[in-house]
Design a protein around this ligand. Structure first.
Ligand code: GLA
Length: 422
C-alpha cells in the first residue's frame, strides 16, 4: 500500500532536492521533511507579551527543513573527532552551512564564546535560530539525532510575516517527531528570546505550529488556550509589502516592552497587584490613566483597547460580519500608528489606499511594525483593483512599488516522510 501523495510547497521541494544532492546516491537513510508557515495577525498587536489576546492566520509561505538522520560524512568525523556526533545544517537561501557537535551542546549553552564561534557572529543570523532551537530542545530533554538538514523558505525576510518563527518550527519538527504542540511553540519562543536576543511574545511560534487553514487562531497568550475560528466564506487576505525593511525593529520593540514594564510599576501604586496589562480592565484604566505620563499612557491605552478588540473581532467572525471585523482592523492600525507609534508613512498610505477599494473590509500593519507589510482583508475578486490602487499610491508618494502577495490561509506546521513527495 502506498501512502497518499502530498503536494509540497515550493520550499519543501527545493529543500528535499538539495538534501538528495548532498546525499549522493545514498537513498537508504531515514529522511523526513518539515513544513512550517508564516503568519499575518488580523487583530491584536503587541498584546502577546502583555498576556493578552491575538487573532492571527497562518499563510501559505513556508520554511522547510529536509532532514536525513544519522548521516556520517568523513568530513564530519574529521571535524568532530571520532567520538563526535555531527548535526549539520545547510541554508539554501543564505548559501551557508554549519555543524554542531551534539556531544558539545552543554558547551555552546554555557560559553558565550563557544556559541559565537558556532554561529559565526551576528552576520549569520539564521544559524542562531537553528542552534538556539537545538540547545533548547536538548535542555528540555529531547534526544537530538545526528544528521544533515537542508533548509529553504519563501517567507519574505524582515517583513513582519514571521520567517523566524517558521524557521524555528521547521527545525524543531525536523529533529523531533513529537509533532506540533503548544509546548513546542514555547520552546521555540525561548530559543529566539535567549539565543537571538529578540524578546518576542509567543504569537508567531504558536501560529506556525497550531493554525488551521480557513481559520483564524484566537489565542489567549496567558494560559495558551486557543480556538480556530472559521473565516467567512468568500473572503481573502492580501499582504502588501511596503519594501521598507524593519531596520529599527529590534531596538524599538525592546523599548516598547520596557515602556510597558515602567507603566506597570507606576500603575501598581494605585491599582495594587497587577501581573500584566491583561489584568487592567478598560474601566479601571479610565479611572487611573492620569497617573501615567506620555507616551506611557498611550502605550497602555493601545494594549487595553487591542485586547478588547480581539474579543469583539471573534464575535464578528462567528457572526460572519466581515465589514464590522474590517473596521476593527482599521481601528487596530490607527491605534498602532498613533498610540503605540510603530507604523510608518508607507504603511499608513497602504492602509488608506486599500480602504478606497470596493470590497475591502479592513487593513492594518502586520507583525511588530516599523516597516514591513500590511494585511488587507477583503472580498474575493477585488485583488486586481487593490493591487493597482496601492501600487499607484505608493509609487506617486514615495517613488517605490510595493510587492503584493495574494496569500491563502494555511495549516500549521507538520512533518512528513520524504517518500510522500510527488
Ligand atoms: C513580533 C513578535 C510577536 C508580537 C508582534 C507584535 O511579530 O515576534 O511576538 O509581539 O511582533 O504583535
Amino acid at each position: 500500500m502506498t501512502s497518499p501523495a502530498v503536494v509540497w510547497p515550493e520550499p519543501a521541494g527545493r529543500a528535499s532536492r538539495g538534501l538528495l544532492e548532498l546525499l549522493d546516491e545514498d537513498m537508504s537513510r531515514r529522511r523526513r521533511i518539515s513544513i512550517a508557515p508564516g503568519r499575518v495577525n488580523l487583530l491584536g498587536g503587541h498584546t502577546d507579551y502583555n498576556d493578552g489576546f491575538v487573532l492571527p492566520v497562518a499563510v501559505d509561505r513556508y520554511v522547510s527543513c529536509a532532514f536525513a538522520e544519522g548521516v556520517e560524512h568523513t568530513e564530519h568525523t574529521e571535524r568532530t573527532g571520532p567520538k563526535g556526533k555531527a548535526l549539520e545544517f545547510v541554508s539554501l537561501d543564505f548559501g551557508d552551512r554549519f555543524m554542531l557537535d551534539i556531544t558539545d551542546i552543554d558547551r555552546y549553552r554555557e560559553s558565550a564564546d563557544a556559541f559565537e564561534r558556532l554561529t559565526g557572529g551576528p552576520k549569520n543570523r539564521w544559524r542562531r535560530y537553528v542552534a538556539g532551537v537545538v540547545i533548547e530542545m536538548e535542555a528540555a530533554g529531547s534526544s537530538i539525532p545526528t544528521g544533515l538538514g537542508v533548509i529553504a523558505g519563501d517567507v519574505p525576510l524582515g517583513s513582519g510575516l514571521s520567517s523566524s518563527a517558521a524557521l524555528e518550527a521547521a527545525v524543531y519538527l525536523a529533529l523531533n517527531n513529537g509533532g506540533a504542540t503548544p509546548e513546542a511553540a514555547l520552546l521555540c519562543q525561548r530559543a529566539e528570546n535567549r539565543w537571538v536576543g529578540v524578546p518576542c511574545g509567543v504569537m508567531d511560534q504558536f501560529t506556525s505550529f497550531m493554525a488551521e487553514a480557513g481559520k483564524a487562531l484566537f489565542l489567549d497568550c496567558r494560559d495558551l488556550t486557543w480556538r480556530n475560528i472559521p473565516l467567512p466564506a468568500g473572503t481573502a487576505v492580501t499582504v502588501i509589502d511596503s519594501g521598507v525593511q524593519r531596520e529599527l525593529a529590534d531596538g524599538e520593540y525592546l523599548k516598547r516592552r520596557q515602556e510597558i514594564e515602567t507603566s506597570l510599576t507606576i500603575l501598581r501604586k494605585v491599582t495594587g497587584p497587577l501581573e500584566s496589562l491583561r489584568d487592567l480592565s478598560p474601566e479601571v484604566f479610565e479611572e487611573v490613566e492620569d497617573i501615567l505620563p506620555e507616551p506611557l499612557r498611550s502605550r497602555v491605552q493601545h494594549v487595553v483597547d487591542a485586547n478588547a478588540r480581539v474579543r469583539e473581532g471573534v464575535t464578528r467572525l462567528v457572526l460572519e460580519e466581515s465589514e464590522g471585523f474590517g473596521e476593527l482592523m482599521v481601528d487596530c492600525h490607527l491605534s498602532l500608528a498613533h498610540l503605540y507609534e510603530v507604523s510608518t508613512s508607507e504603511l499608513d498610505l497602504i492602509v488608506e489606499r486599500s480602504l478606497t477599494v470596493d470590497g475591502v473590509f479592513g487593513a492594518r500593519l502586520t507583525g511588530a511594525g516599523f516597516g514591513g507589510c500590511c494585511v488587507v482583508f477583503h472580498r474575493e475578486g477585488c485583488e486586481g483593483p487593490l493591487r493597482e490602487r496601492v501600487e499607484k499610491g505608493l509609487e506617486s508618494e514615495f517613488g517605490r512599488r510595493p510587492t503584493v502577495h495574494h496569500l491563502h490561509s494555511a495549516d500549521g506546521a507538520g512533518v512528513y516522510p520524504i517518500e510522500d513527495q510527488i
